[in-house]
Design a protein around this ligand. Structure first.
Ligand code: C5P
Length: 224
């Protein structure tokens, strides 16, 4: 069977993580959460006292850091940051470092290397538009702002998240706005992506829908 590169993009809380992990597991593919790489760099910059606006310093930090997102544990230079990067402070730090083109180019290069052998599901904001413009399958997951805020508020991976859904909704909307309007690789669906609205749908339904897209777009009629 052909080894595909599958790109899953979308805003926060659209269900990318859960869906990408399940699709990868179903296909026996590797799953990579590219957002965790921006989070790890933001975490490290704060820890090392590097200004999140100092593009050269943050890019140098990214360049010299070994970031491993190959399994459920995320490490940066062997420090396990799996839980530490899921906080409101790192939500903001990740979005701040992700605005810097030189930081993006360091991480995009590494993301491309990870896909050299195919058989990968990578999720993020620019995977289908910038990282893999020739991906075999591109899916853009979206959901209503209310539903995305509810999911994020109930996500056990996110520690220290304000309990009120309305507060989560405000923070989420602000971060989405940053991601959509930044000059470097803004969040938008690739023109050839299949857009899936996950509002009101179960994870299982969305996973099946994405697997159908994979069969139709990536594997052709003979692929099952
Ligand atoms: O997906 P997640 O919420 O963990 O991503 C954190 C931040 O990293 C996003 O708000 C976005 O600014 C940035 N990001 C990005 N490009 C990606 C993945 C994430 O700019 N491919």
């Amino acid at each position: 069977m052909k080894s595909l590169v599958i790109a899953i993009d979308g805003p926060s809380g659209a269900g990318k993580g859960t869906v990408a992990r399940a699709v990868a597991s179903e296909l026996g593919y590797r799953h990579v959460d590219s957002g965790a790489m921006y989070r790890a760099v933001g975490w490290r910059a704060i820890r090392d006292g590097v200004s999140l606006e100092d593009e050269a310093a943050v890019a140098a930090l990214a360049e010299r850091s070994r970031i491993d997102v190959s399994n459920r544990h995320i490490t940066i230079d062997d420090v396990d940051v799996t839980r530490a990067i899921r906080t409101p402070e790192i939500d903001r730090a990740a979005a701040a470092v992700a605005r810097l083109p030189r930081v993006r180019s360091v991480l995009v290069e590494r993301q491309r290397q990870m896909a050299a052998t195919g058989a990968i599901v990578m999720e993020g904001r620019d995977i289908g538009t910038v990282v893999f413009p020739n991906a075999d399958v591109k899916v853009y997951l979206d959901a209503s702002p209310d539903e995305r805020a509810r999911r994020r508020a109930n996500d056990p991976a996110h520690t220290g998240v304000p309990a009120a859904v309305s507060e989560v909704a405000t923070l989420l909307t602000q971060r989405d706005e940053l991601d959509r309007t930044r000059p470097a690789s803004p969040l938008h669906a690739a023109s050839d992506a299949v857009v899936v609205d996950t509002t009101g749908k179960s994870v299982e339904d969305v996973v099946q829908e994405v697997l159908r897209v994979v069969r139709e777009h990536g594997l052709g009629d003979s692929g099952t």
